[in-house]
Write a protein that binds this ligand. Structure first.
Ligand code: ADP
Length: 643
């Protein structure tokens, strides 16, 4: 009897169909005794091909089962050992295809495990084959594990069998059970050898398939990691952009929030809604944006809480609880709960959000607003990292709102102070003018005798009024400057003469301070300047030199510098100024001396600089503590422009 295996490239179940292919007698394909070495090699070669054709290990094992029937067995089962030690029947074949289900049933009743003695368990445990050349009906109860299996085993038929391991790289992956069921069906040593050979090839293919799956999984993980990296970068970029906008536009937070909403809807989300609490305590939309700007209005109507609300509303809930509301997957059920009526339903439909996130903008325990983000397909759903990002954004918005409110308060305070200065200095000016007038009248009305008695007191009173007037004038100037009303009236002026006049007028001041004054001006220095304002600068600098350089000489120099510029300097040898104070001394109300030792408002240098600036010039100071100071003013002569 010549026994040859069917071509393995034909599925065994087809080759084994109840009506055998014409020309192939049943006997020819039911038995294989391994005595024909050539056929055996040919069978193994084409089996190897069939087994290696798939990269899916379950398919590999199913092909294996089909290859063995009927060449090596009447029915076959393949079990694999999982990483968790559990055994799963993954493939089965039977020469009568309708009985394949019974092979599975056998395992379903009680799957093999690693602990039982004999059979599949032993093969899985030891990695070595089990050979049962003859199984009698009396042996059967010893081979099954529970009585229910006996009945199934009898229906399948068992007359001989062998179980071979699937081993790859030293690891037992599973077991292949090959069973003869026919009357007098036996298995031989040659069958065992062929089965082992087949199992080796199947193991190799299975191992390849497993490696391939692993490589694919790694690839998938890498792709995920790269995607996550890209998303993280997108979030970071958005946060940076938002923070920059929030920091740069203190005065216009609402504009900034529009910018932030637009950036969110272009990057991390599909749409963004920013609402802040209004004076009435209710939320008010300040910014809304959709990736497709034509849908901005949908976002507002679909997401902003309205009077007639569904049972679910993330923005409203977030506002009420002051806590983040995150709906990572918005499906039909959630959408139904958000439904506020047919119109709203249609808007929601158009917006089609598949994830929603509402974060509170909170500052010192108060909820100032809510930022709502949503994504719609094809954009990805929002995830936990987006929650962290949105909460960080909300924190920054809260800080920006706080800063903006402080900034507004500060500006209002400055305005109030300027208004007060302006009103107060004007109000003070009127009685002072009248007081000066009265002093003059009194002086003129005095007889020679009474004049001798009161003259020193009268002149002290007049000097005090003069000082008071100077202070009030400074305040008035400050308010003029802050209102931008420092008007100049240029006229022909000789700077040399102006210097000499100012020094002369201040003779008494320098005498009282114990300062000698040297004026060094070579000839006339003509230019077009506002004479009164120029005099004001001179008087300020000379007053300071006498005040802070008392007891030391003062030198005033003026000269031409280049063609267009004159240079004036006032040098003293007094207390000097510390380097760290220099940059701020020309600011409003800035001083570098203690009020106890030196009186003053800290306005002289401020006003001087404003005047010099208005004339197109520059004022600078050089000084060292204890060594004195030099204030230098450079002024364009303005001769061309002025004619
Ligand atoms: P005030 O003299 O009323 O304080 P100023 O604006 O004229 O205001 O001057 C601002 C500050 O600059 C002074 O308080 C003082 O600290 C410093 N300062 C001005 N001139 C001199 C100077 N010649 N020597 C030393 N310090 C000076």
């Amino acid at each position: 009897m010549s026994r040859r295996p069917p071509s393995p490239s034909r599925p065994a179940s087809v080759a084994e169909s109840p009506a055998p292919a014409p020309g192939a007698s049943h006997a020819l394909v039911t038995r294989w005794d391994g005595d024909d070495a050539e056929e055996r090699i040919a069978f193994l070669a084409s089996a190897g091909e069939v087994l290696s054709a798939s990269l899916e290990w379950r398919t590999v094992l199913q092909r294996l089962a089909e290859l063995t029937v009927p060449v090596l067995a009447d029915w076959c089962a393949v079990d694999v050992l999982g990483d968790d030690g559990r055994v799963e029947r993954v493939a089965a074949a039977h020469r009568e295809p309708e009985k394949v289900a019974l092979v599975h049933e056998l395992s379903r009743l009680r799957p093999p495990d690693l602990t039982s003695p004999g059979g599949i368990s032993e093969v899985l445990r030891e990695g070595k084959p089990v050979f049962m050349p003859e199984v009698t009906d009396a042996m059967l109860p010893g081979l099954v594990r529970i009585p229910e299996q006996l009945e199934v085993a009898r229906r399948l038929g068992v007359s001989a069998g062998l179980v071979v391991p699937l081993v790859a790289r030293g690891r037992t992956l599973g077991a292949v059970s090959l069973v003869r069921s026919g009357e007098g069906g036996r298995v031989s040593e040659a069958d065992l050898e062929l089965a082992m050979e087949l199992a080796r090839r199947a193991s190799l293919s299975m191992d390849n398939a497993l490696l391939y799956a692993e490589a694919q999984e790694r690839g998938e993980r890498l792709r995920h990691a790269l995607e996550a990296g890209k998303e993280a970068e997108e979030r970071l970029f958005f946060l940076l952009d938002a923070s920059r906008a929030l920091a740069e536009h203190l005065d216009d937070v609402e504009w900034t929030l529009e910018h932030v909403a637009r950036a969110a809807a272009r990057g991390v989300a599909t749409c963004c809604l920013v609402e802040l609490v209004g004076p009435d305590g209710a939320l008010r939309c300040v910014a809304v944006s959709h990736r497709d700007s034509g849908r901005d209005a949908f976002v507002l109507s679909a997401l902003s809480p309205s009077m007639n609300m569904g049972t679910l509303h993330p923005t409203r809930e977030c506002f009420q609880t002051g806590e983040t509301r995150f709906l990572p997957e918005v499906g039909t059920e959630l959408r139904e709960r958000m439904w506020q009526g047919p119109e709203h339903g249609a808007l929601l439909e158009a917006l089609n959000p598949h994830s929603l996130l509402a974060v509170p903008v909170r500052m010192r325990g108060r909820t100032l607003g809510v930022i709502t983000l949503g994504t719609a397909p094809p954009q990805r759903r929002l995830g936990t990292p987006d929650v962290t990002m949105a909460e960080e954004l909300a924190r920054r918005v809260a800080v920006a709102l706080e800063n903006a409110s402080l900034y507004r308060d500060a500006q209002a305070a400055v305005r109030l102070r300027d208004e007060f200065l302006s009103v107060a200095s004007h109000e003070l000016k009127t009685p002072l003018t009248s007081l000066k007038l009265q002093h003059g009248l009194i002086e003129r009305a005095l007889g020679a005798e009474s004049r001798a008695k009161v003259a020193p007191r009268l002149s002290t009173a007049m000097r005090q009024v003069h000082r008071l007037t100077a202070l009030v004038d400074s305040l008035l100037d400050v308010s003029r400057i802050s209102l931008g009303r420092l008007a100049l009236e240029p006229a022909d002026v000789d700077l040399g003469q102006a210097v000499r006049d100012a020094v002369d007028r201040m003779e008494e001041v320098f005498a009282q301070a114990g300062c000698s004054v040297r004026v060094d001006v070579p000839g006339p220095l003509a230019g077009r300047w506002d004479a009164l304002r120029l005099d004001q600068v001179l008087v300020n600098l000379l007053t300071n030199a006498a005040k802070y350089g008392a007891g030391h000489p003062v030198v005033v120099e003026a000269s031409v510098e280049g063609v267009e510029t004159v240079r004036l300097s006032v040098r003293d040898e007094g207390i000097g100024i510390a380097a760290e104070d220099l940059p701020r001394l020309f600011g409003r109300f800035e001083r570098a001396v203690s009020e106890r030792h030196y009186g003053g408002l800290g306005l002289g240098l401020y006003i001087s600089r404003q005047i010099v600036d208005a004339m197109g010039g520059r004022i600078e100071v050089e000084s060292r503590p204890g060594a004195g100071s030099v204030f230098t003013v450079r002024l364009p002569r303005g001769l061309d422009a002025g004619g």
